[in-house]
Design a protein around this ligand. Structure first.
Ligand SMILES: [Zn+2]
Length: 434
């Protein structure tokens, strides 16, 4: 069948299943779960695969799922990814009353859109012969609950904080040649086909002071909260030494500020990211931050334990993947403003790690309103939230696999990175080693 007819059949199938796709999105929005705990969301994903008759593996990187459109194929594999997890925002109207989790980053829509693409492509799967499409539900994109995840790392259940990183480490990406996904935005008129975003190192800090009666004998204590406060000020003083073009962002929080008000705080914890546009810039800023923290602990007679954890690599969309995505955005939505983001964005994602090893694009489609990661964040337009990304991704897959997957082969041949699935871990060993 002709490529345009295939795309029409896919889009008609997605339209015919519009209510079902939107309902999946709404249900995950109403049942938010934090990373590595996405049991409800992955359950919904598996239900759809069972209905469609798609074979899948589950429990990947704890809660991830990998499904195949076809069986026993030989050509390249094109992955369509959808994230599963929420953030914590207890005041959001849809927050989970127990955990405070809320879908304030739109990842629920990624899962619905990925499944929409699966439903569309399933209708034409016998006519796809250049390779295969793999649907990847990826857990834990939000790099949060560092203390809890550090525990999982200590237990050997994880090595990295992010779900895609864990999937790379455990071999889930071994047979994937190229990948795509769409992240929601709050720019309804734009479809974004490529962007650059920062990467980061994540950090866990424990200031260790000395307990004493806070009223009777504070001179016997060493105040870990004062050491932490001083460290915050020192970090702020570093900012003037950071170069604008490096897009460094350092944003600490205190996760434990003491134990009881009448005891000199002896255990104060912080979490933070050190973000930047390049690995070199991140490493440089991270050194300054660690030196400031250690100096402030010393100044207040405290000890300090700093645990640096691999965050995510800077995101750089593959130009070849971005082009196929753009062509399909223009074909399907010529009335939209189809853009490439020129400025480096301050958000990070574990798609950055995927982009270091295979050609991958993270497009951006609107459909949300108000600030991300805030209680005001909401889906605003179900067509944009779920249906538009489903159609663009499914049609992009058709182009990537047409003519014996000629586009995919060309994109893979042009991919210029020293890294791949086999040496991925050396990237982080080099970053964290110094
Ligand atoms: Zn997000």
């Amino acid at each position: 069948m002709d490529r345009e007819l295939l795309k029409k059949k896919i889009c008609d199938t997605i339209d015919a299943n519009r209510e079902k796709i939107c309902e999946i999105g709404r249900s995950i929005y109403a049942n938010p779960e934090l990373g590595y705990k996405e049991v409800f969301a992955s359950g919904r994903v598996k239900e759809v695969y069972d209905e469609l008759g798609l074979k899948y593996e589950d429990g990947l990187a704890v809660t991830g799922i990998k499904a195949r459109l076809k069986e026993n194929t030989t050509g390249p594999n094109v992955a369509i990814m959808g994230e599963l997890d929420a953030v914590v925002c207890p005041d959001h109207p849809n927050a989970d009353p127990v955990t405070g989790a809320a879908h304030c980053c739109g990842h629920f829509a990624q899962t619905a859109a990925m499944l929409g693409a699966a439903i569309g492509l399933n209708a034409v799967k016998d006519e796809i012969d250049g390779g295969n499409v793999i649907f990847l539900s990826t857990p834990a994109e939000e790099c949060v609950e560092l203390e809890w995840r550090k525990g999982l790392i200590a237990e050997g259940k994880l090595k990295y904080l992010g779900g895609k990183q864990e999937m790379i480490r455990t071999g889930v990406f071994d047979d994937i040649d190229v990948a795509m996904m769409v992240h929601g935005t709050n720019f309804d008129d734009n479809i974004n086909c490529s962007a650059r975003n920062v990467g980061f190192i994540a950090k866990n800090v424990k200031f260790i002071g000395r307990e004493a009666h806070a009223g009777f004998a504070p001179w016997d204590g060493a105040n870990a909260l004062n050491a932490a406060s001083l460290a915050l000020m020192a970090i702020n003083a570093i900012r003037e030494t950071l170069k604008d073009q490096d897009c460094i962002r350092i944003h600490p929080i205190i996760t434990k500020g003491g134990t009881l008000v009448n005891i000199v705080p002896d255990d104060v914890r912080m979490e933070m990211y050190v973000r930047g546009a390049t690995i070199e810039a991140i490493k440089d800023a991270n050194k300054k931050v660690n030196r400031a923290i250690k100096g402030c602990a010393y100044a207040l007679d405290c000890e300090v334990e700093i645990t640096d954890l691999p965050g995510y690599l800077p995101m750089v969309d593959d130009p070849g993947m971005s082009k196929v995505f753009e062509e399909n955005a223009r074909l399907l939505y010529p009335e939209k403003n189809i853009v490439h983001m020129e400025e480096i964005g301050g958000a990070a994602g574990d798609a950055g790690d995927v982009q270091a090893i295979i050609p991958c694009v993270q497009g951006g489609v609107g459909g949300f309103k108000n600030n991300f990661h805030s209680k005001f964040f909401q889906p605003s337009d179900e067509e944009l939230t779920y249906i538009v990304p489903a159609k663009i991704m499914a049609c992009t897959a058709i182009d990537l696999l047409a003519d014996d997957a000629a586009r995919t082969k060309e994109i893979v041949a042009n991919f210029n990175s020293p890294y791949n699935v086999h040496n991925y871990e050396t990237i982080w060993e080099e970053i964290m080693g110094e």
